[in-house]
Design a protein around this ligand. Sequence first.
Ligand SMILES: Nc1nc2c(ncn2[C@@H]2O[C@H](COP(=O)(O)OP(=O)(O)OP(=O)(O)O)[C@@H](O)[C@H]2O)c(=O)[nH]1
Ligand SMILES: [Mg+2]
Ligand SMILES: [Zn+2]
Length: 225
Amino acid sequence: MEDVKLIEVKEDVLADNTQAARALRERLRREGTFLLNLMSSPGAGKTSLIERTVSALGGELRVAVLEADIDSTVDTERLLGRGIHAVQLHTGGLCHLDAAMVEQGLCGLDLAAWDLVILENVGNLVCPAEFDTGAARSAAVLSVPEGDDKPLKYPLMFRTVDVVVINKTDYLELADFDRAAFRERVRRLNPRAEVLELSCRTGDGVEAWAGWLRREVAALSRPGV
Ligand SMILES: Nc1nc2c(ncn2[C@@H]2O[C@H](COP(=O)(O)OP(=O)(O)OP(=O)(O)O)[C@@H](O)[C@H]2O)c(=O)[nH]1
Ligand SMILES: [Mg+2]
Ligand SMILES: [Zn+2]
């Protein structure tokens, strides 16, 4: 197994994050690397979805992972153990990432070597949504046991993303999760967001998610887009 590479990332409180994010997004587009920002509350299944995504796309796209955690290397070790290239960003207690921090983390990757970089943001449904990371696309993962009311309680997260993934659908028969109500709540906040349902446990729905990602990567890498 590869050794864990740990990068300390620090917030630049004086920087204009919106401008830094715009510049980073443009640089990544020129370099041909698609950055996906994956957000959710702790335990919704971000790392599991990364594992599934790499299995689904690994043959077609060269995928690397930036793992952000307040204070652990558990997820990075888990991914490295599965042969997935991952770099640990250590946020030193900070519960979100901004564009400057992502840029510091990307220094740990040779961008020319990767078509898709997945950023696993800090597990938190609140402030990660407040900061543009410079990613081409953002996704929110919501797991069935968390409940269908989360768009009502954390609207910014659902308003800012391009796609919402309902994970742990294998729990649907045990839970009182109302999929139609959840979809309607997301639609009211963000009519253009796609809502996909899957289970990282069973693999159901993973192919549709991989298809969405494949299409987004292809659309962005077409010249002139
Ligand atoms: N039943 C079921 N369990 C799942 C599914 N996806 C993930 N899990 C489990 O949920 C737990 C948390 O999954 P992770 O992938 O570590 O979640 P995470 O969002 O990366 O968590 P943090 O990094 O701590 O924020 C693990 O025990 C997974 O095995 C699923 O689709 N169904
Ligand atoms: Mg994780
Ligand atoms: Zn925060």
